[in-house]
Design a protein around this ligand. Structure first.
Ligand code: NAD
Length: 422
């Protein structure tokens, strides 16, 4: 459920990111022209994708690629396949990528893509055709020095392999650095699959430290058990956290004594769903969000904590694995209630950080050991957390507004250095 504008029209996801930007920009005293330049997307491409389904019927899908900013380097951001994909959502996700890359200090701007489709109803053959046609349609604006896609909701290393191959066929040369999140054998990086979840684990651990909560034994509830949620769950479990609840799109499970995440991963590999895991009570999606716990990790989609349910949150820390799970109105309520929110643009930046490592390795043609990847990731995530925390302490701002302030300042600095070409 979305929050409402003053005229009772629901706030869109893009409205949310604009509000977050405005609140931070106000504190930085930017002039109006610069505000407009930094906050609006640089360009947006809408493409039609005609696909012959396996039953012989032609169906036309809509795809998007948005580049929010290329001031700090090529645009960078995932590609989402979902029935609710819209231009508004992709613009919001692209903007968050700009600020995320600046927070972890990697030389990228922000981009995002998506196709409005339901991949659960499509065969691998249809998904391959859809991916190849999409890549061919956005070919002019992507490339290792232009815009580098990666996986997001319902896309994975196989989809990235198809994108890389399609781009390479048109370019007449293998161009591995055009996408990240690829399979290891064709230029992927060790540690990429776990990277976003690992970054969430580091962020949650640092948040527990500043809040005086012992990470080992901390109780955790996780919404979403895909790439981000399952890896965050596994790595937090391996650090000694007690994962008491997990959900996916089909439902939620709860076990106050703690869930064995390795066994849950095996159950999900066999049954494709979280519910049905033995010795757990089943909960509704809403019940999971309002459980008494130390750390809540929303790792599914946007707008799950709104002004409707923010007051019911009992977690001490929210570590945002997903992009945009908390609306600006909900943020205000959580802040009033003393909930410490580690914002998405910091918390889930581990994925894009290791995507940067992958891009570097592809361009060098030299690949790193997994330990090397993980140690570099930890250093970057801990520094980013401390930079944002310090900003929040200095300015009496929430972690989200502090993260935006830091990121806007970094993008502004390079923009002024480059000058505005007008
Ligand atoms: P995914 O497709 O691998 O997994 C999504 C999970 O959410 C699935 O388990 C699905 O069942 C679950 N889900 C969907 N609707 C739900 C609901 N209403 N309640 C509970 N669970 C629900 O996607 P992902 O790559 O893990 O991405 C999840 C979030 O993390 C998205 O917001 C994405 O933008 C963000 N993110 C992903 C990456 C990445 O590297 N994959 C990086 C940064 C941020």
């Amino acid at each position: 459920m979305a929050d409402l504008k003053s005229n009772d029209i629901p706030l869109s996801v893009f409205d949310n990111v604009m509000q977050q930007f405005d609140e931070a920009a106000q504190r930085l005293n930017l002039d109006q022209g610069m505000i407009e330049f930094l906050k609006q997307p640089r360009r947006a491409l809408i493409v039609k994708l005609p696909i012959r389904r396996d039953n012989g019927q032609l169906e036309v899908f809509t795809g998007y690629r948005v580049q929010h900013s290329i001031n700090r380097g090529p645009a960078k951001g995932g590609v989402r396949y979902h029935p609710q994909v819209s231009l508004d959502e992709v613009m919001a996700l692209a903007a968050w990528m700009t600020w995320k890359c600046a927070i972890v200090g990697i030389p990228f701007g922000g981009g995002k893509g998506g196709i409005k489709c339901d991949p659960t109803t499509m065969s691998p053959h249809e998904l391959e055709h859809l991916t190849r046609r999409y890549t061919a349609e956005i070919m002019d604006i992507i490339g290792p020095e232009k815009d580098v896609p990666a996986p997001d909701v319902n896309t994975n290393p196989q989809v990235m392999a198809w994108m890389m191959d399609t781009f390479s066929m048109h370019a007449r040369q293998t161009t591995t650095a055009v996408v990240t999140g690829k399979p290891i054998d064709i230029g992927g990086s060790l540690g990429r699959v776990e990277a976003t979840g690992r970054g969430v684990m580091f962020s949650a651990r640092e948040a527990a430290r500043v809040k005086g909560i012992l990470f080992e034994g901390a109780t955790v509830a996780i919404q979403g058990f895909g790439n981000v949620g399952s890896m965050a769950a596994k790595l937090m479990y391996e650090q000694g956290c007690k994962i008491i609840a997990v959900s996916d799109v089909y439902g939620a499970i709860y076990c106050p004594d703690g869930i064995n995440i390795h066994a849950l991963m095996e159950h999900v590999a066999n049954t494709r769903r979280v519910p049905g895991f033995p010795h757990c009570k089943e909960l509704t999606h809403d019940e999971l969000l309002s459980l008494e716990c130390d750390i809540l990790v929303p790792a599914a989609l946007e707008n799950v904590i709104t002004s409707d349910n923010a007051d019911s949150i009992k977690a001490k820390i929210i570590a945002e694995g997903a992009n945009g799970p908390v609306t600006p109105n909900a943020d205000r309520i959580l802040d009033k209630n003393g909930v410490f929110v580690v914002p998405d643009i910091l918390c889930n930046a581990g994925g894009v950080t290791v995507s940067y490592f992958e891009w570097v390795q592809d361009r060098m043609g030299y690949f790193w050991e997994e330990d090397d990847v993980n140690q570099r990731l930890e250093r970057i995530m801990v520094k980013a957390f401390n930079d944002v925390y310090q900003m929040s302490q200095e300015h009496g701002a929430t972690m989200r507004i502090a993260a935006f302030m830091l990121a806007i300042k970094r993008v502004l600095d390079v923009t002024l250095m480059r000058g505005v070409y007008s």
